[in-house]
Design a protein around this ligand. Structure first.
Ligand code: PLP
Length: 397
């Protein structure tokens, strides 16, 4: 992560194909486009890469999550269970549909705790959204058991873990619907974009129509198409899709580099007994986009994190103090600071947030350090970085 580090000729070539004929839209204009259908090609490539029946490109990862939920029929008043540690897109995507985000604890995988999920289920719960944070995953078998038992939709946000696997399956392809983001800082980038993937034909058709104003995409005359149901505009442009097409083909190369750099850093830090790496569920393989580890307590983690910054170790975070990824500092959410009126159901749930006991999440996030793995580092740079990190950790124990 991120894919822009290795932007090059392949990306330029795909974009130039689009510029040469000038069709920037993914639908229609068949005669003008000289056979170039970048969004369609990218969808086919995603289906092949992740061994999934259907892929629908959309305008962002956030849109992908909203479209996935809408495609499964989730909306006003429905409760969606999500983790306390995630990107803010999770609750945005839920609330946009009028659904209610219900936040629950994470465990030592840094993702949803299946026990906390089960405890939060009510008769309004319709879906569980697992977020495969920082390159790794939840115990998917345990979560599936819970969702099957309670007849819930399992949405899998794999935006930060593209290329990771669980029991031989690609992350994103395990839930009923999976979501990817191709925003500028993700492993595969196209500037702005995202995808919904699923093996469920009906969900796919819903996603295809919903993300383009409800168009059924039958025939070759956009104006004459019918609209089986209401939709919205979450379309991706051909320019973005072109970049994504070049990048997705490079995913194996990206994953290799991430794994090499991750392995070197992990090897160096393994020599410190107080460093405990995050738990990866049995049968799981990380995407190696991040290296995550726990220190003995929050005080040490906080000191190490500060010292990293002061000593030039960038792209490492202690998320306990972060405004963007952890519930603790989401004041605007807890205070329902919305430009427009929110439903009573959403407000009631958000009002409870500041009183909820998330000490289990605090326990893991407080002690955690999360380091992005860059692809542009040379081997020497990674070794240097590892040595410096180990020294700083030792100095603060
Ligand atoms: C990046 C990200 C998203 C949203 O993606 P955008 O394309 O930026 O809208 C959603 N979920 C997670 C976990 C992410 O990291």
């Amino acid at each position: 992560m991120p894919g822009f580090e290795l932007f090059g000729d392949l990306e330029r070539k795909e974009v130039n194909d689009v510029l040469d004929n000038g069709v920037l839209m993914r639908y229609g204009f068949d005669g003008m486009r000289n056979g170039h259908w970048k969004a369609r090609e990218l969808e086919a490539e995603i289906e092949k890469t992740f061994q999934i029946n259907h892929a629908q490109l959309v305008s962002s990862g956030t849109a992908a999550v909203s479209v996935a939920l809408a495609s499964a029929g989730i909306g006003a008043g429905d409760e969606v269970i999500m983790p306390t540690f995630t990107f803010v897109a999770s609750f945005e995507a839920i609330m946009m549909l009028g659904a209610i985000p219900v936040l629950v604890d994470i465990d030592d995988t840094l993702t949803l705790d299946p026990k906390a999920v089960e405890a939060a289920i009510t008769n309004k719960t319709k879906a569980v959204m697992v977020v495969q944070m920082c390159g790794s995953m939840a115990d998917m078998d345990a979560l599936r058991l819970v969702t099957d038992k309670h007849n819930l939709v399992l949405i899998e946000d794999a935006c930060q873990a593209i290329g990771g696997t669980y029991k031989g399956k690609s992350l994103g392809s395990i839930g009923d619907l999976g979501c990817f983001s191709f925003d500028f800082v993700k492993t595969v980038t196209c500037g702005e974009g995202g995808a919904v993937i699923t093996n469920n034909k009906e969900y796919y058709t819903n996603a295809d129509h919903y993300s383009d104003h409800g168009h059924d995409h039958i025939g070759h005359d956009r104006g004459a198409e019918s609209h089986p149901f209401l939709g919205y505009n979450f379309r991706i442009s051909e320019l973005n899709a072109a970049v994504g097409l070049a990048q997705i083909k490079r995913l194996p190369e990206f994953l290799n580099i991430q794994k090499q750099n991750y392995t070197i850093l992990r090897g160096v830090l393994s020599s410190i007994p107080e460093v405990i790496f995050r738990t990866v569920p049995e049968g799981g393989e990380e995407s190696y986009a991040f290296l995550n580890f726990f220190l003995p307590d929050y005080e040490i983690a906080s000191k190490v994190s500060k010292s990293f910054k002061e000593n030039g170790i960038d792209v490492c975070w202690n998320y306990y103090e972060n405004n963007w990824h952890y519930v603790r500092k989401w004041e605007y959410l807890k205070e329902s600071k919305s430009l427009y009126p929110l439903s009573e159901g959403i407000k009631t749930e958000l009002d409870k947030l500041s009183k909820r006991d998330f000490s289990q999440s605090d326990h893991f996030i407080g002690r955690n350090i999360s380091c992005l793995i860059k692809m542009s580092w040379t081997e020497e740079e990674v070794r240097e970085r590892g040595k410096k990190m180990a020294q700083i950790i030792r100095n603060n124990l």
